[in-house]
Design a protein around this ligand. Structure first.
Ligand SMILES: [Mg+2]
Length: 409
């Protein structure tokens, strides 16, 4: 079997890749819904993979892996890798988890970093606030809504400080100029009143979580080392699942493991990072120096499924836990993460559950009922490849004019 074509369509906001073969079998995968602009970047790799045997996944990847980079640019390589595994699974009539070494668990735990309750304009105006920032009481109320979701999430993540609106909306959160654009550009030393406000919000959420739901906090990037030390130590003994990306993190195109090394060994609060990092080589320092306690790469940014498996195994050898990022990876991302998580070693905690965005994604794919969450877990399915495929007649309704030939062979 050889690869005949690589096609890309933007469906909803997800760039979706479809790799076709001379034998009529295809493989699919999607990048984050925040990256519709990636379409030409994915198409760039076409000439490097045409004519190769897609079931020799690693051999194909050797031809393109070095032509990627940290988030967002590693996503193009990552989705090609996932689509190759989907294709190889369909060709062998086996679920992807069998190709990655077989499953070690029948259901996989997920956490909530995605189903949030954003306030309407009117609710925001009526909410209790400190300056423009929501009050700790409001943080508690929003957390209660998340705890009450039918998924019964065992871990819930909320954004604080530089990850989310606190750094911008609280009047005097930190010593620095506020930049009100997306992707977390702010950083600096946090003021005492900013720190107290942040702690009050965390305590309000902890009160709601009790000891039944682990509270994970997405914090940055943007913390200085002293503030990272201070927050981690102030939360000692509380039910914090992890502090994510305090120093470097989302959209930081480097690692700087030594900065985390100044925090992690000096606190019992678990420190987490990794969602923007591309390739196993860029995790070596974090892992070998035990610079963090939890790693959270994203399968659709790090280089794909086998890349994740390698990093998780190497982390496990160093006593580091694993909680994959995935919030914007969509339904195809859920499917990929389920197969991966089924194969990961005992350091696996949970992956961040993406959702169908827009909801019609559940209508254009087969077997989405197999991805439902019960008691914070998803059963591992035995369907070939990713286990979900496009229902072409339904999916075609959402193809843009320039992508009309997406399903043609
Ligand atoms: Mg994050």
């Amino acid at each position: 079997m050889i690869i005949k074509d690589l096609k890309v369509a933007v469906i909803g906001n997800h760039p979706v890749v479809r790799i076709t073969t001379d034998q009529g079998i295809d493989g699919i995968a999607a990048a984050e819904s925040s990256k519709p602009y990636l379409k030409p970047m994915i198409e760039f790799y076409k000439e490097f993979i045409i004519g190769k045997d897609p079931t020799d996944v690693e051999r194909v990847m050797l031809g393109i892996r070095r032509l990627g980079a940290f988030k967002p640019w590693g996503a193009a390589v990552s989705v090609i890798e996932i689509a190759l595994w989907d294709l190889a699974g369909k060709a062998a009539n086996l679920p992807i988890y069998k190709l990655l070494g077989g499953k070690v668990r029948d259901k996989v735990q997920v956490y909530n970093g995605n189903i949030r309750f954003k306030l309407s304009h009117e609710e925001y105006l009526n909410a209790s606030k400190v300056g423009d920032a929501l009050s700790p009481e409001e943080y508690g109320k929003i957390m209660k809504k998340m705890v009450d979701l039918p998924h019964k999430f065992s871990i819930i993540k909320q954004g604080i400080a530089f990850h989310g609106p606190q750094a911008i909306q609280f009047p005097n959160f930190y010593y620095g100029e506020k930049v009100n654009i997306a992707r977390h550009p702010n950083s600096g030393l946090i003021t005492q009143e900013g720190f107290n406000y942040m702690m009050d919000c965390i305590d309000a959420m902890l009160d709601v979580c009790g000891d039944k739901v682990g509270l994970a906090l997405d914090c940055g990037p943007g913390f200085t080392v002293p503030d990272a030390q201070r927050l981690a130590q102030a939360l000692e003994g509380k039910n914090i699942m992890w502090l994510e990306d305090m120093i470097t993190g989302d959209y930081t195109p480097y690692v700087l493991a030594d900065l985390y090394k100044q925090v992690t060994p000096f606190t019992t609060t678990r420190i987490h990072t990794g969602e923007q990092i591309y390739l196993r080589q860029n995790f070596v320092e974090l892992i070998e120096k035990n610079a963090v306690n939890v790693l959270g790469p994203d399968v659709a940014d790090v280089g794909g499924l086998a890349e994740m498996k390698f990093i998780a195994e190497y982390a496990d050898l160093h006593g580091i836990l694993f909680a994959p990022h995935g919030t914007l990876d969509g339904v195809l991302g859920i499917a990929a993460n389920v197969h991966l998580a089924a194969t990961l070693p005992k350091n696996y905690i949970a992956f961040e559950l993406p959702n169908a965005e827009p909801e019609w994604w559940n209508d254009i794919l087969t077997n989405t009922d197999k991805l439902k969450v019960t008691d914070s877990h998803i059963e591992v399915n035995d369907l070939p490849g990713l286990g979900v495929t496009f229902i072409e007649d339904e999916a075609k309704k959402y193809l843009k004019e320039e992508d009309k030939d997406f399903f043609e062979n």
